[in-house]
Design a protein around this ligand. Sequence first.
Ligand SMILES: Cc1ncc(C[n+]2csc(CCOP(=O)(O)OP(=O)(O)O)c2C)c(N)n1
Ligand SMILES: [Mg+2]
Length: 355
Amino acid sequence: MSLSGGGTSISYAGVSYGYVGWQKGGRVRGQSHDMVQLLTPEGERVDNDDFEFTGTTDDLVGYLRDMILARRFDAEATALQRHGELGLWSPLLGQEAAQVGSAHAMRPADVVFPSYREHAVAMVLGVPLANLLGLFRGVNGGDWEKLETFKNYQIVIGCQALHATGYAMGLQFDGVVGTGTDKDAAVIVYHGDGASSQGDVNEAYVFAASYNAPVVFFCQNNQWAISEPIALQSRIPLFERARGFGFPGVQVDGNDVLAVKAVTDWAMERARAGEGPTFIEAFTYRMGAHTTSDDPTKYRASVEGRPGGGATPSFDSPDTWNGKVSSTTRGSPPSTRRRSSWAWTSARRSSGWRT
Ligand SMILES: Cc1ncc(C[n+]2csc(CCOP(=O)(O)OP(=O)(O)O)c2C)c(N)n1
Ligand SMILES: [Mg+2]
């Protein structure tokens, strides 16, 4: 482990947990703005005009520990599924920093509404990991300890956004928002890039804005919704959609645990203070399969950065925002992979391929 004082290199056994380097200088290729970063690709601390990390060295060690533990647990759960002990597993590989950083922004009165991949958030908030395994083994229904803080996993994509928004509205009715005291509480809901296309999620955005609900929409943009690349989901960066709903959107490097912590702190504090919802797009990458039932080699060219195999996916930026599809799209040789998403979609349709 190296975790030096002035510059912070968050890495362990040659694996970087602080940064995955497809961004160049804090910028997703094809985007005209910088995402929020507090770490360079080399793991050195950098300043940001709007956000700063205010924690201690002990905090840094704790985040690194959490990310390592989460990755280890995830590998173990994946192996258990392969041994037939679990029916299914949804790996979090690659999303440790987004989850650990945001989870550490929670206070005891806050409430988390997860999707189905938030194992590191659960771990940080004290849900026994055996409870998570029990759900995927089919011996519990997600009725785990800490349920008052960390709600059940949801497989129905995006439905938890409505649950969370309704719960946040309830906090307002209970008078625990914007009092300026320790009893102030807020809600965070985790959903994916693909979920942002769901009607439920968009309804939640509208209700949250209309009622100024104390809810943070934490979107882990891991660039894939099973086999659908982000380029098919949105013509603009996801965070820019928030403005259309009437609340702030921020894009943060989801592989930068310090930036994620700082941005989530800010958004949760806004919510607790009664200043309304925020959308956070944590730009990251799903390094593994969607679930243990999925074979990503069927729809993207290669999968790198598995544990022990090096830290950084060498995928190109998906060129998402200028209308191109990732160079990692389905099965085509490198020289022909870059097509317009429309052309790609229609080619796929005509081949009769289904998700
Ligand atoms: C309502 C609904 N439609 C479809 C599915 C099938 N499904 C499961 S996961 C998934 C993709 C979700 O992608 P994303 O929101 O990006 O989350 P990620 O898996 O990448 O974390 C889909 C379509 C589902 N579970 N529920
Ligand atoms: Mg996704």
